[in-house]
Design a protein around this ligand. Structure first.
Ligand code: GLN
Length: 316
């Protein structure tokens, strides 16, 4: 399949969507992003790579890192993880506090902020050097040794992280945080601040399309069964209160971040990343979702079964 041509077709079709959505401003460092950036990158099971647009430029991956921290914690503590965090879709915004009190400090899933903070607490307990060990884990998956935290973004989020402070303190009051709240939250902000390009992102997530094997060296990051669980969580929870809509329109497990990145997996076939910083009201990249919707429609690739190619694509 000529994926590059398909990317060009998508970019052409979405020319008029350029101004859709708003760049995230609640973290001041993210407000500087250029809303006109657009990139798509695909890595296939056979090792072929296809690109379009701004694919080499780094951006803040934000909540996309929640999948990587989940994978790392799952590797370290196994199924004990599910005693501290659930696997159900939340149906609420990523930073909503409402369910957390009802559910006595056990977050619905590891991809909302509360869940990712619990995962960070586990990593802080388990790792000798959490910052170093985690970034090395990400570098090994991506094959890019220069991937790093962005101190400025982490600091910027720390200065206005009132809601995340509320989450962690509420969970601490229910006994679901073992370490010092400031230490855990600092680690969480750093994880969100990691910067990558579309190319890095597609490469980093490729192991989830390969039953848990890193394509760069065939190392087993997860077993096939564990990989299935992570992909299931991405499908059900990766887009918060838009997860149903994403499954409905795109049909792949994926994860978004408020930096405007999205990565999605087609098991046994490919990993695809898209970047467009304008967000919709749910905090997901507007143009990114539309691009993936068109992409999976044209390529007839989704986990629910092939769909016919329509003469006219419907976007709404
Ligand atoms: N760092 C962001 C936060 O905690 C991540 C949110 C996101 O990307 N959805 O609010």
């Amino acid at each position: 399949m000529n994926y590059k041509e398909i990317f060009e077709q998508i970019s052409d079709e979405l020319k008029d969507f350029d101004q859709i959505g708003q760049v995230a401003t609640y973290i001041p460092a993210l407000a500087k992003a250029n809303p006109n950036k657009f990139g798509m990158y695909l890595v296939t099971e056979e090792g072929h790579e296809y690109d379009h647009g701004d694919v080499e430029e780094n951006f803040s991956i934000q909540s996309i890192s929640k999948v990587l921290s989940l994978v790392y914690a799952f590797k370290l503590v196994g199924t004990d993880l599910w005693r501290r965090v659930g696997v159900e879709p939340s149906g609420s915004p990523f930073n909503s506090l409402v369910q957390l009190e009802y559910e006595q400090g056990i977050p619905r899933n590891p991809l909302i902020n509360a869940g990712a903070i619990v995962v960070c607490d586990i990593l802080v307990s388990q790792l000798d050097n959490p910052y170093q060990d985690f970034i090395q884990f990400v570098r090994d998956l991506s094959g890019n040794p220069s991937i790093d935290y962005c101190k400025e973004t982490a600091q910027s989020e720390k200065e206005c992280g009132f809601k995340n402070n509320a989450h962690i303190n509420l969970m601490k009051s229910y006994g679901n945080i073992d370490n010092d709240v400031e230490e855990v939250l600092d680690f969480y902000f750093h994880l969100c601040s990691i910067e990558m390009s579309c190319k890095d992102l597609a490469q980093t997530f490729m192991f989830l399309a390969r039953s848990g094997k890193n394509p760069l060296n065939n190392d087993k990051v997860l077993t096939a069964r564990e990989t299935k669980r992570i992909n299931a969580i991405m499908l059900l929870c990766g887009f918060y209160d838009e997860a149903g809509e994403f499954a409905f329109k795109v049909g792949l497990p994926g994860k978004s971040g408020v930096g405007g990145g999205i990565v999605a997996i087609y098991p046994d076939q490919y990993s695809v990343a898209v970047w467009s910083p304008g967000l919709n009201s749910k905090g997901n990249s507007s143009k990114g979702i539309k691009a993936l919707e068109i992409f999976t429609t044209i390529t007839q690739s989704n986990v629910f079964g092939p769909s016919p190619i329509f003469d006219e694509l419907e976007y709404e």
